[in-house]
Write a protein that binds this ligand. Structure first.
Ligand code: F6R
Length: 607
């Protein structure tokens, strides 16, 4: 969380910092700020405010700051409320800095070094600025090294010293920083998406190394202050980003991209009519020698795990556990060297998922990361990586990341089924045929999005909503409910339909919105009878149902949306597109900021 940027260049950097902060705003958008060294007055000038980057831009327009070296920050508040004082950068004496992460022992540091008198804000960050200033002896690297020895927690710190104009220093533990050469200087940022077409190569700053950013050089020093050669990676996804294109929000654009990105994720893994994980470098014994699977992830990515579990148990007949990454290491999970741990993450930076992975590896498990962002921390920590290649996902609510993660998991399951003898040749063939039809199934729903928009209108006034389904349908409803909650603020719960009458049905009264999904043929009748139970309590029912399922009582539904008939194992894809669109239209028609829902951030780098 929190977006960080730094530039040192030949031209003024104010506008570039603001533009990059806009690209990083999905990491946090409570407040924004920048600090630029003004060569004429030989001083660092800070502009910051609560609110969006657009508010900061207005402030900068009133009194622009000239200068060719500067840092910027967009905040997701952890310590201290959302106000101008708590916004970054923080300045103490000769030191100006921005921070992403959490300093767990900031109060201890403050009291031990008697820094309290110098502080203006309530943040953990300002304490570190004061500590570095206290230690500063004209040698930035030595001072930073000394200061970080006292810090417990995660941090990406980007620092300017008044007497070192034109140079930016950075150091990190866990929280990411990348650095790159631009045409006319150098830059650093929290993630590769922020490089925004200014660079074609980047380096990931190694943990506890200190980076010095000069106009013409990126210098990296290890913990012993030895200069090390930075390792540069190619940027092989489009960071230039053509913005939202013709869509009002990134979320809609990303929903609409799904047929294409799902196809890419699958086609690259289907070679000569067989599922192949060769380009992922996954060795067969990894998939044959494991006796159980543990999937761990957060939020939407965890929902991919739940759907995968249903499929794995069904096809592979293996024992699979799906764990909240945030609970993982505290739940004493049963893991050994026969356990295959799969971590799923769009950003590859979610700290809970990263820590869960590290824990699992310490217990001897082998691991696969299903990741979108190349070179991210989780990708680097995993034994093997399957990239989802969805391209940058900017809207806070995940859409194309979810379906591409699912697609990759389906490819993995298909390959395991072949290797472990669950699929014979004809079963593999028909599974692959199904996979190749997913994009068309999703496109079918997207083409009828105006119907979903119509359904959304009936939810605009709702305070609560319920989603019900069974089996694989239930797993997608968990995701559908999360989408509706996070961007429309309607309290929504997904229930396994059979569970309703064990308590929750007490909440279903006249006109309570209930959304039901029925795509699983073997449990259709049971599901329809659960639906009748809520109908008879007056629920306002919307049904998403496969087009090949007959309904005798169609008139009893407020809306019926027909889903393309597909293999039951694959219908989750078109359903997910339908539920994403439903949440999207409710949020948009409620006049909300769809891409930046309140209190959230795209990348969760704090525990
Ligand atoms: C919801 C959403 C989150 C993320 C979760 C994990 O729309 O996006 O629930 O899925 O924060 O993030 P990643 O996948 O980056 O680990």
């Amino acid at each position: 969380m929190c977006g960080i940027v730094g530039y040192t260049a030949r031209k003024d950097v104010e506008n570039r910092i603001l533009n990059t902060l806009e690209l990083l705003e999905y990491r946090g958008y409570d407040s924004a700020g920048l600090a630029i060294y003004n060569e004429k007055f030989q001083q660092v000038v800070v502009r910051k405010c609560a609110g969006r980057v657009s508010d900061l831009r207005e402030k900068c327009q009133e009194v622009p700051v000239a200068g060719t070296c500067g840092i910027g920050h967009t905040r997701w508040a952890t310590h201290g409320g959302v106000c101008d004082e708590n916004a970054h950068p923080h300045r103490c004496g000769r030191v100006t800095l921005v921070h992403n992460g959490i300093i767990e022992n900031y109060e201890e540091i403050r009291d031990h070094f008697g820094l309290g008198g110098e502080l203006i804000s309530e943040t953990d960050t300002e304490v570190i600025a004061a500590l570095i200033d206290k230690f500063y002896d004209g040698r930035p690297r030595a001072t930073i090294s000394r200061a970080i020895k006292y810090i417990k927690g995660t941090f990406a710190l980007v620092i300017m010293f008044d007497d070192k104009p034109g140079v930016i220093y950075a150091v990190r533990n866990v929280s990411p920083i990348v650095a790159a050469y631009t045409g006319d200087g150098t830059m650093l940022a929290s993630d590769v998406a922020a490089l925004g077409g200014q660079a074609d190569k980047y380096m990931v700053v190694p943990e506890y190394h200190i980076v010095e950013l000069h106009q013409n050089a990126i210098l990296v020093y290890d913990e012993k202050d030895q200069k090390v050669k930075p390792e540069f990676l190619e940027i092989d996804w489009d960071t230039t980003r053509d913005g939202k294109g013709r869509y009002p929000f990134y979320m809609e654009k990303e929903i609409m991209e799904q047929p294409e990105v799902i196809k890419n994720a699958l086609c690259s893994r289907i070679v000569d009519g067989h599922i192949s994980l060769e380009t992922d470098g996954i060795p067969d014994p990894l998939l044959t020698d494991c006796s159980r699977i543990v999937i761990t992830a957060c939020g939407t990515a965890r929902h991919v795990g739940l759907a995968s579990k249903a499929l794995m148990q069904n096809i592979l007949r293996m024992h699979v556990d799906v764990e909240y990454a945030s609970e993982f290491m505290y739940s004493n999970p049963v893991i050994d060297e026969k356990t295959l741990v799969i971590v799923i993450s769009q950003s590859g930076e979610t700290i809970d998922t990263l820590e869960a992975l590290k824990y699992a590896r310490r217990q001897g498990a082998r691991s696969i990361g299903v990741i979108n962002v190349k070179g991210s921390s989780i990708a680097r920590e995993s034994d093997y990586v399957m990239y989802t290649a969805a391209g940058p996902e900017i809207a806070v609510a995940s859409t194309k990341a979810y379906t591409t993660q699912l697609a990759v998991m389906y490819a993995l399951i298909g390959r395991m089924a072949v290797l472990r003898g669950n699929f014979d040749e004809s079963q593999e063939k028909s599974f692959i045929e199904g996979l190749l039809g997913i994009s068309a199934g999703v496109q079918n729903v997207l083409d009828r999005r105006t119907d979903i928009h119509r359904i959304a209108r009936d939810l605009l006034e709702a305070k609560d909503a319920f989603m019900i389904g069974r089996g694989l349908d239930y797993t997608i409803l968990l995701e559908g409910a999360l989408k509706l909650k996070e961007i429309s603020y309607i309290h929504t719960e997904a229930y396994a339909s059979g569970e309703l009458k064990h308590g929750t049905i007490a909440l279903i009264t006249e006109n309570t919105p209930v959304i039901a999904v029925v795509t699983q043929h073997d449990i259709k009748e049971k599901e329809l009878s659960n639906i009748r139970e809520v109908q008879s309590r007056g629920a306002q029912l919307t049904l998403f149902v496969s087009e090949d399922m007959e309904l005798s009582d169609q008139e009893k539904y407020s809306h019926v949306f027909r889903l393309p008939a597909m293999d039951d194992r694959l219908s989750i894809f078109p359903v997910s597109a339908a539920l994403q669109l439903l949440a999207y239209y409710v949020s948009m028609d409620r006049g909300l900021d769809v891409d930046k829902p309140r209190n959230l951030a795209k990348v969760v780098t704090v525990e």
